[in-house]
Ligand binder design. Structure first.
Ligand code: C5P
Length: 214
């Protein structure tokens, strides 16, 4: 038996931190699906290939190895922007979603976070969370992260980037970012990560009891 948790939400909402904490607490496998789009974008950039050639991008997406996604390299700010451009192409999504579905379902459980986990990748997940926060709170959090490497970053530029990424992720026609009808909403704008974790934990344990009773 395997327990699947789907976590979706916009950039810098806190979903990644939450997903990692949940995976650690329950001993579940974790996949940050954003890294798979980032790895595809980085492969295109490294080969000096265009970001918008769907057949080429899908071919490289098919070579992404989920066991070797290097967060330290892939989390670079510029790669996120390129990833969101690559992620609008249906053939790229098909290749990556296939690999993500193979990852889900491993015992004893999996946590996948991204933009379309509850709606497309794992529509039958045992629990779905949609983690969000206001754009200004997310820009403030992202700025703190970026300032560690780049002290010239500004709040205005980061907020503009977040808004552009939200518009692209929510506005695309294939698998737009939106909460699944049966997702629990978690607005972390005024919540510490600890409070968000406790709220998620209560929902997980209730869903686990329900599944065992079935
Ligand atoms: O979450 P992260 O910022 O790493 O994601 C980078 C980009 O990858 C997102 O802006 C989004 O366009 C894309 N993505 C997606 N579907 C997912 C995960 C990420 O389209 N499940």
């Amino acid at each position: 038996m395997s327990f699947t948790i789907a976590i979706d939400g916009p950039a810098a909402s806190g979903k990644g931190t939450l997903a990692r904490q949940i995976a650690r607490k329950y001993g579940f496998h974790h996949l940050d699906t954003g890294l798979t789009y980032r790895a595809t974008a980085k492969a295109l950039i490294d080969e000096k290939l265009p970001l918008d050639d769907e057949a080429t991008a899908a071919r490289l997406a098919g070579t992404v190895d989920l066991a070797h996604l290097d967060r330290a390299v892939l989390s670079a700010h510029g790669i996120g922007e390129a990833a969101s451009r690559v992620a609008v192409m249906p053939a790229v999504r098909r290749a990556l979603v296939d690999a993500q579905r193979r990852f889900a379902g491993q015992p004893p459980g999996t946590v996948l976070d991204g933009r379309d986990i509850g709606t497309v990748v794992c529509p039958k997940a045992d629990l779905k969370l949609y983690v969000t926060a206001s754009p200004d709170v997310r820009a403030g959090r992202r700025l703190q992260e970026i300032l560690r490497d780049d002290e010239t970053a500004t709040y205005e530029a980061v907020l503009a980037d977040i808004r552009r990424r939200d518009a692209r992720d929510m506005g695309r026609s294939d698998s737009p970012l939106r909460p699944a009808a049966d997702a629990h909403l978690l607005d972390t704008s005024e919540m510490s990560i600890e409070t968000a974790f406790l709220a998620a934990k209560a929902l997980i344990e209730e869903a686990m009891r329900r599944k065992q009773a079935d």
